[in-house]
Design a protein around this ligand. Structure first.
Ligand SMILES: Cc1cc2nc3c(=O)[nH]c(=O)nc-3n(C[C@H](O)[C@H](O)[C@H](O)COP(=O)(O)OP(=O)(O)OC[C@H]3O[C@@H](n4cnc5c(N)ncnc54)[C@H](O)[C@@H]3O)c2cc1C
Length: 373
């Protein structure tokens, strides 16, 4: 039997993280194979109709302030899409454009179930249909959006995660309950109010009252503006200080009960915006996690502390208490991962150095300890 081909790098996930790392590797002449269970930008293609990026796009690249939503220093979604807040469809189009520009190699329809380390140091990228690949290095970039949290209280399975709603206008009824009041929850509430529904948002943390210097811990200005307008219609109620404990069927809909003894009626299935378990659940044994459930990776290269040559890119990244959940945050580590892999393959990593000037190669994490980055 012929021995299987061992690729230099396989990147799992053709979203902004995977494409961004593959593009960075390309600068040093390292060719990665990108695999995705669906298509390029699949998570964005599946966003509810009308949902937009909360981070604004603006073409400021020439002055070393790269468009916040760009995944390479030379591109700008604002320029290619002529939108400040692109929809999911538009952003997926931008990602497709980068794949073309960078001449990246993408294999779609590869649903990865595990990354298995072998004694000789290679990694097996095992897929659902047996089209396994083998690589010297693997970058896990399968994101979070396709893995929403769907438990946490009795009857949670009766709810629909907000990221799985195709179009808000089609959500049934005239009264809706949204569980979770951070970005996704408020986005759902705003769209439902626009569609004419009366909406109750329940969140014990009252994110609408939180102001924090770190955009990962507070509602974006874009969302706050829309929230104010929705609230002014009188059709939006924000319930804090109460945790949902049960969703049960009742006549013509569902009863959403809280630990404060209240119950709210939802005509259609209540909407779940309680966060994500994330794709790391697929390869849970291949990474270590701290007591808060945050993944542990090396500071020098975002490499797994359990499996050598397995790297992480994307919103699950965290270092020294700082979370890298936005594109403009996690893209700062594209150059770090790419440089490490390039070095290990014996290529010249010098062409990656210019990424530093553009905020795509952040290797000094000392700021994370004492500032809100
Ligand atoms: C609803 C929502 C709104 C957001 N809005 C913003 C925003 O406005 N601005 C911002 O900066 N960030 C935003 N974020 C943060 C978000 O995490 C990132 O923008 C971005 O999607 C993360 O990129 P990614 O490439 O890691 O993940 P994804 O975009 O999810 O890409 C992962 C890819 O991996 C594939 N995949 C998943 N599992 C497997 C598997 N097992 N095998 C093979 N392929 C797999 C998927 O099909 C997908 O194409 C938002 C997140 C969510 C959930």
């Amino acid at each position: 039997m012929r021995s299987p081909r061992v690729h230099d790098v396989v990147v799992v996930g053709a979203g902004p993280a995977g494409i961004g790392v593959a593009a960075a590797l390309g600068r040093a002449g390292v060719r990665a194979v990108l695999v995705d269970r669906y298509e390029v930008g699949a998570s964005f293609r599946r966003w509810p109709e009308g949902m937009r990026l909360i981070t604004p796009s603006f073409t400021s690249n020439q002055f070393h302030q790269v468009d916040l939503n760009a995944i390479t220093p030379e591109t700008s979604p604002a320029l290619s899409l002529t939108e400040e807040h692109p929809t999911g469809q538009q952003y997926a189009d931008y990602l497709g454009l980068v794949v073309e520009l960078e001449d990246l190699h993408v294999r779609t329809g590869v649903d990865v179930l595990d990354v298995e380390p072998y004694d000789d140091g290679t990694l097996g990228v095992l897929s659902a249909d047996g089209r396994d690949l083998y690589a010297r290095h693997v970058v896990w970039a399968a994101g979070e959006a396709q893995y929403p949290r769907t438990n946490g209280f009795r009857g949670a399975e009766r709810c629909v995660p907000t990221v799985q709603v195709p179009a808000w206008v089609d959500h049934p009824g005239e009264a809706a309950v949204v569980i979770g009041g951070y970005e996704s929850g408020i986005d759902a509430a705003v769209h439902l109010v626009e569609a004419g529904q009366r909406v109750t948002v329940v969140d014990p943390g009252e994110p609408w009252n939180v102001v924090d210097a770190d955009p990962s811990r507070t509602l974006s200005p874009y969302t706050r503006g829309r929230l104010r307008r929705a609230y002014a219609t009188g059709r939006l109620e924000l319930v804090g200080d109460a945790r949902v404990v049960e969703v049960a069927p009742e006549a013509c809909g569902f009863a959403v009960a809280t630990d404060a003894g209240e119950s709210f009626h939802s005509d259609g299935p209540p909407l779940l915006a309680t966060g994500f378990v994330g794709s790391l659940a697929v390869v849970r044994d291949r990474f270590a996690f701290d007591e808060h459930g945050r993944v542990e990776v090396t500071e020098s290269a975002d490499e797994s502390t359990v499996v050598d040559n397995l790297f992480l890119a994307g919103p699950a990244l965290a270092h020294r208490g700082a979370i890298f959940c936005f594109i403009y945050k996690f893209r700062q580590r594209f150059g770090v991962v790419a440089r490490e892999i390039t070095d290990r393959l014996g290529y010249d990593a010098a062409p990656l150095e210019d990424l530093r000037d553009h905020g795509f190669l952040l290797d000094d994490l000392s700021c994370c300890a004492d500032c809100a980055c």
